[in-house]
Design a binder for this molecule. Structure first.
Ligand SMILES: [Zn+2]
Length: 92
């Protein structure tokens, strides 16, 4: 096994191993960001914890994806992150 790549959480700006973060992607034509580690294009990494999901701001996503983020899109991203956090059993 090679070294685990490090990524920076867009909410708390702390670098951590990629395996401990979830990756948000925003494929073209998709109405909101989705949690997908393999989707092409820009990605945004986030700790799957309530503290980081709760601290996420639209500006964080706008910066990561270089586009504007509507309240609906923001809500969808947060919901996707919470679903992913539940899957990985994150306890934050
Ligand atoms: Zn974080």
């Amino acid at each position: 096994m090679g070294a685990d790549p490090r990524r920076t959480c867009i909410a708390c700006r702390t670098a951590d191993s990629a395996s401990g973060l979830v990756r948000l992607a925003w494929p073209a034509g998709t109405g909101q960001p989705v949690v997908d580690r393999l989707a092409p294009g820009r990605g945004a990494w986030l700790h799957p914890t309530e503290s980081c999901i709760g601290a996420l701001r639209p500006g964080d996503l706008a910066r990561a994806f270089r586009r504007t983020v509507s309240p609906d899109e923001m809500g969808g991203a947060v919901a996707a992150c919470r679903a992913a956090a539940a899957r990985v059993g994150g306890s934050g």
